[in-house]
Design a protein around this ligand. Sequence first.
Ligand code: 4AD
Ligand code: MG
Length: 462
Amino acid sequence: MECVIKDFFQNPEKYYSKDVTISGWIRTVRDSKTFGFLEVNDGSYFKNVQVVFNNDLENFENICKLTIASSVEITGEFVKTENAKQAFEIHAKEVKILGEADPDYPLQKKRHSFEYLRTIAYLRPRTNTFSAIFRIRSVAAFAIHEYFQNNGYVYVHTPIITCADCEGSAEMFKLTTLDLKKELPKTEDGQTDFSGDLFGKETYITGSGQLHVETFAPAFRKVYTFGPTLRSENSNTKTHANEFWMIEPEISFCDLEGLMNIEEDCLKYIVTKVLERCPEEIDFCDQFIEKGLKDKLHKLINSSFVRIDHKEAIDILKKADREWEFKPEYGEDLAKEHEKYITEYFNGPVFVKNWPKDIKSYYMKLNPDGKTVAAVDLEVPGAGEIMGGSQREDDLETLRKIMKEKGINEDQLYWYMDLRRYGTNVHSGFGLGFERLLMYLTGMENIRDVIPFPRTPNNCDF
Ligand code: 4AD
Ligand code: MG
């Protein structure tokens, strides 16, 4: 019978003493004069199955010469093993060689650096590490949809092509069909004239789905979007990519406290489901990527996250007995080293809320003090800021005033402002950086190693 390796691990009893057929790829070959062992992985499961073959097989010599990564189809008896490392193995009756791998296959059985593996990103999913990472990625994505669907949210597909400025137009990739090899048409005041471009105006690739998803909140109450996000920032760090995935919920009749409750609940749900559904992968990450990862994740589920004001965070940083590369200041952003200190100080996730208005976006709710906004970032050890959110400014006049202060073009955002004219209400939302979440879930230290094909400054291979 045709089987996948996952079934063997989940229900071995069903297969003992039966003939099974599997298809997969060779991970290792060991042979002696009369018999040998193959480790085969078929992609269905993190672990391999061991296949024993002997010189009764007519192609014994060819099997011994099999190269790593070759694809094979194997039929044999599924046998329970006693006192062996693995509980079962297959005794081959037939090994069909389907596609041999050239001997220069780069992933021979030795450890490779993550840097090197990035240069062969099209092969790295076949390594144990990336097999674990990308299955966790898939399971986490599903758990996120599940969380929101279970809790009555409507999934909205916000556009990739946009003319709306959410997180700063300077950080958005421009989109044009104008012929860049020719001289660009100019307007009277010397700017590029986009009137002859496909959309008849300047357009961008989205850097956030927030503004569009916000328009759905007054229709469906609770909504979310989950999609690719592009930012042209030239940040060569371990936590920034130019293409990443973001989850952005928006909740009507929800204030900042309510928002933090949802963020915490959502993160705990995702962690719970990943622990439940990827035990082998998490064990592997715990052993080889971040020692103590599993404990960290279990602890998160059972903790309640610390909530402090931005001002309190600065107080803590200022009291710290250490040298800073960037001196912490009230009214200023937190640097990486500050985020790290704060999460280590509390030894877990920390909500930093009520940020100085001058360093945050125009759409955030102005607090009664007139100086801070009802914004919140969730900081975690390692990945830093994984969620950024806020209560939204629901008062039209205040929004208009702040937009003016920050130089945001009202004309382009009239539709966003209209939401404040047609039944405005307290509402809040956040953005969860999917890759930062994965860094936290797996212990990987570089964002380039949790996304299949990373796009970072000077880096767009494949
Ligand atoms: O803090 P950000 O910029 O917030 C927004 O985009 C809001 N519109 C979200 C909202 O309220 N709906 O981004 C949100 C999250 C960050 O906390 C971070 O996890 C991630 O997106 N992020 C990045 N991840 C990888 N590479 C980058 N360059 C990122 N920039 C932001
Ligand atoms: Mg942010």
